[in-house]
Write a protein that binds this ligand. Structure first.
Ligand SMILES: [Zn+2]
Length: 152
């Protein structure tokens, strides 16, 4: 006969029990942490292309994903009017460069393209040239021995 009263006491105790349940989800974020550890697997390593960095200061200049073939080749050897020989490689974009001086069509190595001097945005060493055609097409010719490919 006294047992129903005990059960009634249990029912009164349910509101605090709900608070206990509200706290229970907390351990779940801990479990969620396990998932990001497993998640960054292959995709990030595949999408991170090898960086091409300035040899002098290691500033990231471009990436090998920007490799461009121009006039049938990625790499070219040219001499400037002073007779200085440059081995250059062609890249579409080179976000680690800044440009100095005006565009010039003089002694251009690529017919139909004007060039601007491209320097490292960080240490300002001369890295090559940005070539652009009238149509808006552009690419960079970067001096190979002033760059390092840093594997991702
Ligand atoms: Zn630099």
């Amino acid at each position: 006969m006294g047992t129903p009263l005990i059960m009634a006491d249990c029912c009164r105790g349910t509101p605090p029990n709900r608070f206990v349940y509200l706290f229970r989800p907390d351990p779940k974020p801990g479990k969620v942490r396990d998932e990001p550890i497993a998640a960054p697997q292959d995709e990030t390593s595949v999408t991170a292309a090898d960086a091409v960095v300035c040899r002098q200061c290691l500033h990231v200049v471009t990436s090998i994903a920007e490799h461009q073939t121009v006039n049938g080749a990625h790499a070219h050897t040219f001499a400037n009017p002073e007779g200085i020989v440059f081995d250059i490689a062609c890249y579409r974009d080179a976000w680690g460069c800044v440009y100095v001086g005006p565009s010039s069509p003089q002694f251009t190595w690529f017919a139909g393209c004007v060039w601007r001097i491209a320097v490292c945005a960080n240490c300002h060493v001369h890295l090559g040239w940005r070539f652009s055609a009238v149509e808006g097409h552009f690419f960079h010719g970067l001096i190979i021995n002033r760059l390092i490919v840093r594997e991702a």
